[in-house]
Design a protein around this ligand. Structure first.
Ligand SMILES: *[C@@H]1O[C@H](CO)[C@@H](O)[C@H](O)[C@H]1NC(C)=O
Length: 237
């Protein structure tokens, strides 16, 4: 028996591929999905040079990844369904190996669902809404590299515990389009709701002026002790 084991071990060692030439030579098709519109700070024109720079960095020297050839292709994701359409159109030809972006919540959601179904990894600096935490299901292939709204909301939870606050009135500006403020507040609400009372108040600054009298009345009525307010900067939270 010991002989048999050593024979197996020997064969295993012999059969092991040479590990000295480790650099992998492979083409990696990367689909970059970002908005063309430069009013977003994560537009193609702003981000593509950084991706290009990273790509060059991987090429330098004889590192493990120097043999990988990343073929970048940028598509306009806009901030809505265009991202999904370009992924599907593109995949009729050939599926990408990796997707970078989209950032906007409503652009990212269908793309990540489709990519997870196809087993394609997605790396995004956005997709921060709480719904994306469903990692075992539809968003299984998503890696987010920025702190999600739920993570950010832990700051508020810590403040509530520290100052012994009891309830919160959450005021947010709901643009009904990209809804960054809504998703931000959703994270805060979800974090606080188990232990604290939260009441929400939505406004839409594009359609109406902020009615402060109404808000103050609301505070009195709800006896809220904390007021949080977020206003959208176009295209960025
Ligand atoms: C770019 O985005 C801004 C903000 O969403 C919008 O007002 C503008 O019309 C967009 N420009 C184009 C060319 O689509």
């Amino acid at each position: 028996m010991p002989f048999f084991i050593s024979l197996c071990l020997y064969l295993w060692l012999v059969l092991l591929p040479g590990r000295t030439s480790t650099a992998v030579n492979e083409d990696i098709e990367v689909l970059v999905m970002l908005p063309k519109n430069n009013s977003y700070m994560f537009s193609i024109a702003r981000v593509a040079p950084a991706i290009e720079y990273a790509k060059q960095g991987l090429k330098i020297g004889s590192g493990l990844y120097s043999g990988l050839n990343f073929n970048l292709r940028c598509e306009d994701s806009d901030c809505g369904n265009d991202a999904l359409f370009s992924l599907v159109d593109r995949s009729c030809e050939k599926k990408p190996d990796l997707i970078l972006g989209p950032v906007c919540e409503y652009a990212a959601a269908p793309v990540v669902r489709m990519a997870s179904h196809w087993n394609i990894p997605v790396i995004s600096t956005g997709a921060l809404a709480s719904g994306f935490r469903e990692k075992d299901k539809e968003f299984s292939r998503l890696t987010r590299i920025s702190p999600s709204y739920l993570k950010m909301a832990e700051t508020f939870l810590a403040m509530f515990r520290n100052f012994n606050w009891k309830d919160a009135l959450l005021i947010y500006d709901d643009d009904t389009k990209e809804r960054n403020c809504y998703f931000t507040m959703e994270g805060v609400h979800l974090k606080l709701m188990d232990e604290y009372q939260t009441v929400t108040y939505a406004t839409n600054s594009k359609e109406e002026r902020l009615n402060t009298d109404d808000i103050i009345k609301y505070i009195y009525e709800s006896e809220g002790t904390v007021l949080q307010s977020l206003y959208s900067v176009p295209g960025y939270v």
